[in-house]
Design a protein around this ligand. Structure first.
Ligand code: BTN
Length: 319
């Protein structure tokens, strides 16, 4: 994809790159460059052009879709990367190709028109503002253990953010919370044939630069981004690289540990939102007031209701 190579050149130079230089690097004509630049502009990239100096990317300068597998040090996560400027949903894209690609394949985009969240919700995915990617994994493990991967990946994302001095909490099962605002989430979808797992698609949405106005009115009180909560702009490309590296570590650990969460359950407990406090939990249609005791190593949430200890297998804690 020539447009991706041009974008890559503009991102890595972070200043004007002359038409001559682009032409020489990619072995294409001035007219071809101009066509690709217009293609990129049409999707929302802001590229300044000057007849003397060439082209300079002005927005978004941290586009994560230029990442190439060779730039990663991971063994599995990001072995193959499929980038699009816009799509319906990277989870949908990943599901449609999962059977025919190697595990670790990542689908990433700059914006989603039908981004999906947990429990049938939408995932707001404006152009250039967040990270929206899905990874296809094919663990050879008992199917019953695979839903735990959602916890595993939540912890991996939190670990990645720590590298940037961002210390989120996890709201069960894996909402990523910063200053009481949801800044990210994970949507894992498991595909099984008989009692064999065919693949798991793990979709990650992380609001990086997203502004309050980007969220619909009804979720503005609870939705945030790294920018709204820290006041700082972090590079989405760097955060993506860190996320893939942590997902890779977590996944390798999980497979080696025969599908047991081990230290990842401890990490989850350390950063659990409202642990030891009373919260509203929904497991279906009903909402129940419970005290969170903690996550067990098998991924089950233990809560206390009255004096009774209860196990919660599926559902979520409400804000
Ligand atoms: C949640 O509800 O907390 C999960 C949100 C997951 C959103 C991500 S964005 C990339 C991937 N593609 C989707 O359609 N959803 C996930």
């Amino acid at each position: 994809m020539t447009w991706k190579k041009i974008l890559n050149l503009l991102v890595s130079h972070n200043t004007f790159v002359s038409g001559e230089q682009i032409g020489r690097s990619l072995n294409i004509s001035r007219t071809a460059i101009w066509k690709h630049i217009n293609f990129l502009k049409q999707y929302g990239y802001i590229i300044q052009s000057s007849s003397n100096a060439g082209y300079k990317l002005q927005f978004p300068t941290d586009t994560p879709i230029v990442l190439e597998p060779e730039e990663l040090t991971t063994g599995i996560a990001g072995r193959k990367i499929i980038s699009t400027i816009t799509t319906t949903s990277t989870n949908n894209n990943a599901i449609s190709i999962a059977e025919n690609v190697t595990e670790g394949t990542v689908v990433i985009t700059e914006s989603q028109t039908e981004g999906r969240g947990r429990r049938g919700r939408n995932w707001v995915s404006p152009f250039g503002m967040g990270l929206y990617f899905s990874i296809i994994l094919k663990p050879v493990l008992p199917v019953a253990k695979l839903p735990r991967m959602t916890i595993l990946i939540g912890v991996a994302i939190a670990n990645a953010l720590k590298k940037f001095n961002i210390f989120p909490q996890l709201k069960w099962p894996n909402d990523i919370i910063l200053n009481e605002k949801k800044i990210g989430g994970v949507l894992s979808e498991l595909f099984v044939e008989g009692d064999i797992a065919k693949y798991v698609v793990v979709g990650v949405g992380l609001n990086v630069h997203t502004r309050s106005d980007d969220f619909p009115e009804e979720i503005r009180k609870i939705a945030g981004s790294i920018f709204t909560e820290t006041g700082k702009s972090f590079s989405r490309l760097k955060i993506l690289t860190a996320c893939l590296s942590e997902i890779d570590n977590a996944y390798k650990f999980f497979v080696k540990n025969s599908g047991d969460l081990g230290e990842f359950a401890h990490s989850w407990n350390e950063i659990a939102w409202k642990k030891g406090e009373e919260v509203l939990i929904t497991t279906g249609k009903e909402k129940e007031l419970c005290k969170i005791i903690g996550l067990r190593e098998d991924g089950v949430l233990l809560v206390e209701q009255g004096k009774k200890l209860k196990e919660v297998f599926v559902g979520e804690i409400l804000f």
